[in-house]
Design a protein around this ligand. Sequence first.
Ligand code: HEM
Length: 143
Amino acid sequence: MPKPESKNTGCGCRQLEEVAPKEKPKTLYDRLGGADGITQLVNDAIELNLNNPIVKTRFENTEDMERARLMTIEFFCAGSGGPETYSGRDLLTTHRGMNISEEEFIAVLDDIFEAMDKNQLDEDVKKDVLSILYSVKSEIIRV
Ligand code: HEM
């Protein structure tokens, strides 16, 4: 049981109140399962990308897919509140000149969502990931 604590109620009197123990809110990184969960998620998403007719050639033609995979894991770890540092190129530099279409962007999002479902991630996690991905679209599409 939490210890009763004296709290000023603002009406001039003091009363004893049960104070709930303060829990640190979980970061998105934690909710994604930390580095292990994110690694699994990125691996699954890349597997789907490589089988998705809309985007597969993009990834088949990438010279060093292993590096891109590791950079994407780092990107998600660092961007979701994890302790990792992102050592890759910024998104604009990475995707500049690729002429990526809206359709391709949505196809990659669909694959990430399918991978999140496969990894049984909660709706709130999926919403948070979506809002991050949506926020970077201007650094990816037709840049
Ligand atoms: C949805 C948001 C996206 C994010 C957050 C993202 C993130 C990244 C990251 C972090 C890298 C590695 C950067 C580096 O090598 O230093 C990367 C590489 C790459 N991305 Fe994306 N990406 C996104 C969407 C897309 C889309 C829609 C496509 C095309 C269909 C795409 C195609 C590629 C390719 C081909 C590479 C490898 C580039 C290379 O190594 O030459 N990305 N992306």
